[in-house]
Ligand binder design. Structure first.
Ligand SMILES: C[S@@+](CC[C@H](N)C(=O)[O-])C[C@H]1O[C@@H](n2cnc3c(N)ncnc32)[C@H](O)[C@@H]1O
Length: 274
C-alpha cells in the first residue's frame, strides 16, 4: 500500500475532523445512545481498550497508527508517561498531530513509520496501543511479532480492530483498493479467531477480549447525527462521501456483518522475541 493512496483515503476524514473539531478517527464507544458527544465517545473507546492497564511516570507507550494524534494526546494527558510515541504511516496526519503540540515542553512525539517495522529497540516499550489501524495492515502477523519484539517482558498490547466473519465478501470489495480513491479502504479484515490464534502462536497471553459492536454502532449513529446537525452541506464538500461511507459502516456493524473487537495481551515475563 502506498502512502499516497492511504493519504487519499484519509483526506475526507481530515476535512470532517477539522470541520467538527474532532481529534480522533475511530468509531467510538457509546454505552447508550444520546448521552454524550462523538468526541467523548471516541475518548470512551480509548479508555475501554486500555482498561486497567498500568501506565506510570516511568512508562514508555507506543500508539501505532495514531492518526492525527487525538488518542495519543488523551493518553499522555491522563497518565503523563515518561515517553509516548505516536507512529503513523501518513505524513499529513503526523504533521497535524505535531502542530497541536508545537512549542509544548512536555508532549508526545510523533513519527512517520510503518507498523510492520516499529522504529524502537527490542524490549523497550511498556504498552503498545493500536486502535482501528490493523485493519489496514497487509501482514498483521508481522505487526503482532513486532509488538512482541518491542515490548518489555510483562508489557501489554492493547489492540482494537474492526473484524468480520465475511472475509471473502470484503476481500472482493478490496479490489477497489487498486484505485487511489477516497473509497479505497485498504482494509484486509480478519475475524476475531484469526487474531486469537495469531496472538497465541506468537507467544502472547490473552488478558481480555471484548466485543463492542453494538456500542460502536451506537456511537457512529450519534456521531453522524451530530455531524449532520452541525453541517451546512454546501460547505461539507470533501467529506460528504465519507459521511455516507460511515453511514454504511454503521449499518454493517448494526447487522453484525462487521464487528468491533478489543483485545489486551501480555508478553510473558519469561518470554523472548519470536
Ligand atoms: C481509523 S484510523 C485510527 C487512528 C487513531 N488510532 C484514532 O483512533 O484516532 C487508522 C490509522 O492507521 C494508520 N495506518 C494504516 N496503516 C498503517 C501502517 N502500516 N503503519 C502505521 N499506521 C498505519 C492510518 O494512516 C490511519 O491514520
Amino acid at each position: 500500500m502506498s502512502q499516497r493512496s492511504l493519504e487519499v483515503f484519509y483526506e475526507p476524514n481530515r476535512r470532517l475532523a477539522h470541520a467538527h473539531g474532532l481529534q480522533g478517527y475511530n468509531a467510538g464507544y457509546a454505552e447508550a445512545r444520546g448521552v454524550a458527544t462523538f468526541d467523548q465517545y471516541q475518548r470512551n473507546l480509548v479508555w475501554r481498550l486500555l482498561g486497567d492497564v498500568e501506565i506510570g511516570p516511568q512508562s514508555t507507550v507506543l500508539d501505532v497508527g495514531c492518526g492525527i494524534g487525538g488518542p495519543s494526546g488523551w493518553i499522555y494527558e491522563r497518565y503523563r508517561p515518561e515517553r509516548l510515541i505516536g507512529i503513523e504511516y501518513c505524513s499529513t496526519s503526523v504533521r497535524i498531530a505535531e502542530e497541536r503540540w508545537a512549542g509544548k515542553p512536555h508532549r508526545p512525539i510523533f513519527l512517520q513509520g510503518d507498523a510492520h517495522c516499529l522504529p524502537v529497540p527490542d524490549q523497550s516499550v511498556d504498552v503498545i496501543f493500536n486502535l482501528e489501524s490493523a485493519l489496514h495492515y497487509a501482514d498483521k502477523r508481522k505487526f503482532v511479532s513486532e509488538c512482541l519484539r518491542a515490548l518489555k517482558p510483562g508489557g501489554v498490547l492493547c489492540l482494537g480492530d474492526i473484524t468480520t466473519r465475511c472475509k471473502r465478501t470484503f476481500a472482493v470489495l478490496g479490489t477497489l483498493n487498486l484505485l487511489a480513491s477516497q473509497f479505497s479502504t485498504h482494509a484486509r479484515l480478519w475475524d476475531a479467531p484469526d487474531y486469537l490464534e495469531t496472538f497465541e502462536s506468537i507467544g502472547f497471553q490473552l488478558i481480555r477480549h471484548e466485543r463492542v459492536t453494538r456500542q460502536s454502532a451506537d456511537s457512529l449513529r450519534d456521531g453522524l447525527d451530530e455531524v449532520s446537525r452541525g453541517s451546512n452541506w454546501s460547505n461539507a464538500r470533501g467529506y460528504r462521501g465519507r459521511f455516507f461511507y460511515l453511514w454504511f459502516m454503521e449499518r454493517l456493524l448494526r447487522h453484525r456483518l462487521l464487528n468491533y473487537d478489543l483485545f489486551a495481551l501480555a508478553k510473558p515475563r519469561g518470554g523472548g522475541t519470536s
